[in-house]
Design a protein around this ligand. Structure first.
Ligand code: UD2
Ligand code: MN
Length: 344
């Protein structure tokens, strides 16, 4: 029995061993296959992932490269532009044409320009009130575009044209300019600019400061001296917030005079202080002109000036009603034509 049992056991045992061996072989073979396969899958996965990565990365790299190139381009502009020249002798060619000025400014589109080499710190809108002064406008555009480009500014020029021949209103046109220009772009700074004043010195920077800035210290016709203390006419720079704070200009100055003093009073009422460049820098040439028809002296101006502190809240940007006749995007400027008299 012992032998038989032993034999029997060993027989069973051998069968079991054989069975286990078969299992092991089978297991080894399959496991090898699966392990290989499993190993292959991550490899394929990795490959695909890497491939995708390469694709995405390749794409990303281009974008990143572009972005980084742009970023390199968009380094902040230096605090002093390297293109400034200082005092410049102005020449006004009698036979100058708009086409000539356009040809000289190929990088200006729709009156706008920004430096390609760096990121300007402010977006500046130049607002020019206008009627019947085409030649002055041409000379101003001719000089102002290169002047602003030398200052590395991100800028746009707007001409606000009063339609019809009734009384001219410089201040209201400038309010319209502010409101309409803000529909194009969230300009940081506004330069309110007479059409006949051409800056002589590009160190006179067309940017806004902590305080409202009066840029015309002197002009050729007044021996380059400040006309009077508190004089705020011709060309001024106010930030979007500064101008908003004082509710802009009054809309009630029809004809010549007073509107610039009114703005100064608004500025002073808000405890802001007018700043100016040095006299040798704030120099302008005023192109000669006589008083225009429709812009006769406003005899109401003194009366209006006495009311500023009472009316500034209700007379200004918040009450500027006008009829917008057209907005034309010309190569060198945006022309906004408005009508003040149709009861719009
Ligand atoms: C002074 C001020 C000006 C304004 C004006 C009184 C200076 C350098 N300038 O200019 O800022 O306060 O007195 O209102 O002190 N305009 C036209 N068509 C017209 C009439 C006026 O386009 O028919 C525009 C044009 O942009 C002109 C501006 O309004 O430059 C001011 O008129 P102005 O040149 O006749 O007055 P002026 O030189 O005495
Ligand atoms: Mn003038």
């Amino acid at each position: 029995m012992g032998f038989f049992v032993t034999f029997h056991l060993s027989y069973k045992f051998r069968l079991l061993l054989l069975f286990l061996l078969c299992l092991t072989v089978l297991g080894w073979a399959t496991s090898n296959y699966f392990v290989g396969a499993i190993q292959e899958i991550p490899k394929a996965k990795d490959f695909m992932a890497n491939f995708n990565k390469v694709l995405v990365w390749g794409k990303g790299k281009t974008l990143t490269q572009e972005a980084s190139m742009k970023e390199a381009d968009l380094n902040n502009c230096p605090s002093v532009s390297p293109y400034l020249r200082g005092q410049n002798k102005l020449v006004f060619k009698p036979d100058l044409t708009l086409e000539e000025v356009e040809a000289k400014n190929p990088k200006v589109h729709r009156g706008r320009y920004h430096p390609e080499e760096c990121k300007a710190s402010q977006r500046v809108a130049i607002l020019i009130p206008h009627r019947n002064r085409e030649k002055h406008l041409l000379y101003l555009l001719e000089h102002l575009h290169p002047f602003l480009q030398r200052q590395q500014l991100d800028y746009g020029i707007y001409v606000i044209h009063q339609a019809g021949s009734k009384k001219f209103n410089r201040a209201k046109l400038l309010n319209v300019g502010y409101l309409e220009a803000l529909k194009d772009e969230n300009w940081d700074c506004f330069i309110f600019h007479d059409v006949d004043l051409v800056p002589e010195n590009d160190l006179n920077i067309y940017k806004c400061e902590e305080q409202p800035k009066h840029l015309v210290v002197g002009r050729n016709s007044t021996g380059y001296r400040l006309r009077y203390n508190g004089y705020f006419g011709g060309v001024t720079a106010l930030s979007r917030e500064q101008f908003f704070k004082v509710n802009g200009f009054s809309n009630n100055y029809w004809g010549w005079g007073g509107e610039d003093d009114d703005l100064r009073l608004r500025v002073e009422l808000h405890r802001m202080k007018i700043i100016r460049p040095m006299p040798n820098v704030g120099k302008y040439t005023m192109i000669f002109h006589t008083r225009d028809r429709g812009n006769e002296v406003n005899i109401e101006r003194m009366k209006l000036l006495h009311q500023v502190s009472q009316v500034w809240r209700t007379d200004g940007l918040t009450s500027c009603i006008y009829k917008l006749l057209s907005v034309d995007y010309n190569p060198l400027y945006t022309n906004i034509t408005v009508d003040f008299w149709s009861g719009a």
